[in-house]
Write a protein that binds this ligand. Sequence first.
Ligand SMILES: Nc1ncnc2c1ncn2[C@@H]1O[C@H](COP(=O)(O)OP(=O)(O)O)[C@@H](O)[C@H]1O
Ligand SMILES: [Mg+2]
Length: 234
Amino acid sequence: MNEATPPVIELTGISKRFSTEEVDTYALRGVDLRIDKGEFVAVSGPSGCGKSTLMAVLGLLTGFDQGSYRLAGRDVGTLDGDARATVRNRHIGFVFQSFNLIGDLSVLENVALPLKFRGGVGKAERQRRAEEALQRVGLAQRLKHHPHQLSGGQQQRVAIARALVGEPDLILADEPTGNLDSQNAETVMGLFDELHRGGATICMVTHDAGLAARAQRIVRMLDGRIQQTVQQAA
Ligand SMILES: Nc1ncnc2c1ncn2[C@@H]1O[C@H](COP(=O)(O)OP(=O)(O)O)[C@@H](O)[C@H]1O
Ligand SMILES: [Mg+2]
C-alpha cells in the first residue's frame, strides 16, 4: 500500500447517544476503527450492540456526539447537511437488509438513480453505467423489470449494482443477506468476494459467524464498544 494513501475510514473515539424522555442509550462508546483501501471487514455482535448505528455513522446518515471521522483523509464530522449528502453520494455505496429499491422505477432506473442525484452525468451515460453495473451482478437481462417482478436475491443484486454504479470508495452493507435464503445469500456473498478481489473496500454487518469468517477481519462489538478484532489468515 502506498504510504501516501490515507485509510478509507479512520474513526477515533466515536460516541453516540440516543435520548428519549425515559432513557439515554449509549449506542456507541468510544469506537476506534480504521479500514484501509481494499479491505473487507465484517462487523458482528449481538442485537442492539450498535452495529447499525456504526454503519449509519460511517455512511454519514447520522451524526455523533464525540470523536472524529476521517473519510479518505478528509474530516467529515463537521460538514453541514448538503456537504454530507454530496460526500455520501460520491464516496459511499449502501446495501441494506431490506433492499430499499423504489417500486415505481425499473431496475435500470433504480441503479441509475445515484448518478442522477450526483448531477453532471447525461442520461445516455447514466444508462450505460447502470447497464454495466447490472452486468456485473448478472442481471443484464432484467433492465426493464420492476422490483416486485424479481426474487429477493435478484432484488439484492440490483441494490448491489446501485451501490456500485457511482464507483464508491466504500461499500457499506448492513445484514445484506438477512432477508435471503441460504442459496441467495451465497450468491450475494459471492458477489462481495468478487468485488473485494477487484479492489473494493467493504464493511459488512452480519450476525452470521460463517459469513463473517469470509471477511479479512472481523470486528466484534458488544454494548457499543469494539470488544475484539480478529485478523483472519490470508
Ligand atoms: N433512533 C434510535 N432511537 C433510540 N435508540 C436507538 C435508536 N437507534 C438505535 N437505538 C438503540 O441503540 C442501540 C444500538 O442499536 P443498533 O445500532 O440498531 O444495534 P444493532 O444494529 O447492533 O442491533 C440499541 O440499544 C438501540 O435500541
Ligand atoms: Mg442492526
